[in-house]
Design a protein around this ligand. Structure first.
Ligand SMILES: NC(=O)c1ccc[n+]([C@@H]2O[C@H](COP(=O)([O-])OP(=O)(O)OC[C@H]3O[C@@H](n4cnc5c(N)ncnc54)[C@H](OP(=O)(O)O)[C@@H]3O)[C@@H](O)[C@H]2O)c1
Length: 319
């Protein structure tokens, strides 16, 4: 089969097409004929050889030469013990943690990490919501942002995680303030933001005692900078586990105002969360925002664009 592979760490142009053996489904797995995946931060971190990715990607050279977490396609074959799917089913799922494998014509995943794609959703839209939608859902659930009336600030509202976070918080009845640049104001309003701060004109850290939750999806700030925007008992959560974020979290018990710092690796019940996202999409309550769809051959271009830090929604790669 054809796949986008990388044999050494480096810039986007280390990605290239190659002929590799097809994977075979083990017990409990399904083999998927891939239609779409999307570019995620872990793909870029692993490919570049960033130090924090090396324990997973390999110390000296890539352990797994095919990147990619989001899997959207049709079932080609089922492994022993799989009875929930049959060949031809349209499914979306997520590859095992940190192993990649989705930038390819075929991929095998645990059946328990996949759900059916509703008829009103394209493969590209499904691929776009898997990793980013799950990550946002895990974060927002953990910090209790998905509650009616909660004042929630979402920083990086126009990005991969942010576009889902705005919709999830809005659907849950939270009052959402989105932080983005001028050109994305209309988009985030259309996703359900009640208020928007254009960070190129207003410093989002200047409002006082305004939010129960600050979800800093792009880790643009820090607890120290956002602390005063929080109400008493409020929480600031950042998606990047920098030492400063971990230190701020360790100091939580010592703050009389009970304002808290938070960070984590997004994790939880993937099947349950994917089912929830799928149902929201099916009811038209959640939409994948896709900046561009690129064929696998142009994966390097997708990585280059992602690395600018200014993607609107997701970059999808199609088989
Ligand atoms: N801990 C975990 O388990 C976990 C899981 C998933 C992701 N992450 C992390 O989450 C982060 C976000 O990922 P992503 O894919 O959502 O990012 P992304 O799609 O690359 O975010 C890009 C968006 O961020 C906006 N942006 C850039 N600077 C901003 C600023 N100062 N204020 C507000 N918005 C700003 C850009 O808008 P403009 O173009 O308008 O500037 C753009 O729309 C990554 O660092 C990733 O590593 C962590």
């Amino acid at each position: 089969m054809k796949a986008v592979v990388y044999e050494k760490f480096g810039p986007p142009n280390v990605l290239h097409m190659a002929e590799v053996p097809q994977p075979e489904p083990a017990a409990g797995e399904v083999k998927i004929r891939m239609h779409a995946t999307s570019v995620n931060p872990t793909d870029v971190m692993f490919r570049s050889g960033a130090l924090k990715g090396r324990p997973f990607a390999g110390w000296w050279r890539p352990k797994h030469t095919i990147l990619g977490s989001d899997v959207a396609g049709e079932v080609d074959e089922v492994g022993p013990g799989v009875d929930e799917f049959s060949p031809g089913d349209r499914i979306v799922g997520i590859m095992p943690d940190m192993e990649g494998g989705a930038y390819a014509e075929f991929a095998c995943i645990e059946a328990s990490s996949a759900v059916r794609i509703p008829d009103n959703i394209t493969y590209a839209e499904a691929a776009a919501f898997a990793f980013a939608g799950l990550s946002s859902l895990f974060f927002l659930s953990r910090i209790r942002a998905l509650e009616p009336g909660k004042q929630v600030l979402i920083v990086g509202a126009s990005g991969g995680l942010g576009t889902f976070a705005v919709q999830l918080a809005h659907n849950a009845g939270a009052v959402v303030t989105a932080v983005c640049s001028e050109e994305n104001v209309a988009l985030v309003k259309s996703l359900g933001a009640d208020d928007v701060i254009d960070y190129t004109h207003e410093d989002p850290t200047k409002r006082r005692d305004a939010y129960d939750v600050v979800f800093d999806a792009v880790a643009a700030g820090s607890f120290g900078r956002y602390r005063r925007t929080l109400r008493r008992g409020g929480i600031y959560s950042t998606t990047v586990m920098k030492p400063r974020a971990l230190m701020a979290m360790a100091l939580n018990p010592f703050r009389p105002s009970r304002r808290r710092a938070h960070t984590m690796i997004a994790s939880g019940d993937a099947h349950q969360a994917l089912s929830h996202l799928r149902d929201l999409c099916e009811r038209g309550e959640l939409h994948s925002i896709i900046e561009v769809e690129l064929p696998f051959q142009l994966a390097a271009m997708g990585h280059r664009r992602y690395e600018t830090g200014h993607t609107t929604g997701k970059i999808v790669l199609t088989a």
